[in-house]
Design a protein around this ligand. Structure first.
Ligand code: ZN
Length: 222
């Protein structure tokens, strides 16, 4: 017979003390809880320990371009499951999942805007969408942004953050390298400026295509 009677502990509905999503975020660097607004104002650098969190594509565009000058292009371009990919999850399911979690249609936002007074065409990849792998839509949007820059005779800025080729699209994914490279070669031929901002990537297809660091060696992308 038990000497002490165990009090019955019941979870009270609605009394869970969780951090509300989107209001606070736990810093991976110092473990402290930081208000989301403070992180956003500080370009996602922790004000307590200076830890740099990854910016989303739209945050990067906001921090790079002059305020309210960005005009998005090809926003409706959507990936198609050409290979009818089956695996742990289908390609269609993956796309849907990441479209919901990021609010993006695919892993890149492209368009044009003003950067420090100069018009630029810009494409920014978002690592949060399927590790910013380069499928047909990503390649096409980047190519169109470059071609727009060439046609408008303005600079092109590409923020590359790719996790490599998108395996769900097989060969079609690999073909994007040639496409973006070709457009950039044409842009360079017209003697127009190109700036490659490079982060969050460890796969070579980015570097070899729109990263344009093929012959540069390691010191360029450190
Ligand atoms: Zn921190």
């Amino acid at each position: 017979m038990a000497v002490f009677k165990k009090p019955a502990i019941k979870a009270e509905a609605g009394k869970k003390r969780e951090i509300p999503r989107g209001i606070f975020e736990k810093c991976p660097g110092c473990g402290q809880v930081v208000p989301e607004t403070e992180l956003a104002q500080n370009q996602r650098v922790c004000p307590r320990c200076d830890y740099h969190q990854a910016q989303s594509a739209s945050e990067r565009i906001q921090s790079l371009l002059d305020p309210d000058t960005f005009v998005e292009m090809d926003a409706d371009l959507k990936s198609v499951d050409v290979l009818r990919f089956q695996g742990m999850a289908t390609y269609k399911d993956r796309l849907k999942k990441y479209q919901e979690s990021t609010g993006l249609v695919d892993a890149v936002i492209s368009g044009y805007g003003i950067l420090d007074g100069y018009k630029v065409a810009i494409a920014v990849m978002d690592f949060g969408f399927l590790a910013a792998t380069m499928g047909s839509v990503v390649g096409e949007k980047i190519t169109r942004a470059i071609e727009y820059g060439t046609a408008q005779r303005c600079g092109v800025v590409i923020v590359a953050a790719s996790g490599g080729a998108r395996m769900y699209e097989g060969m079609l994914s690999l073909m994007q390298m040639a496409k973006t490279s070709g457009a950039l070669a044409q842009h360079a031929h017209e003697r127009l400026p190109y700036i490659s901002v490079y982060f969050c990537s460890d796969k070579p297809n980015d570097r070899w295509s729109h990263g344009q660091l093929r012959f540069a060696g390691r010191r360029y992308y450190r």
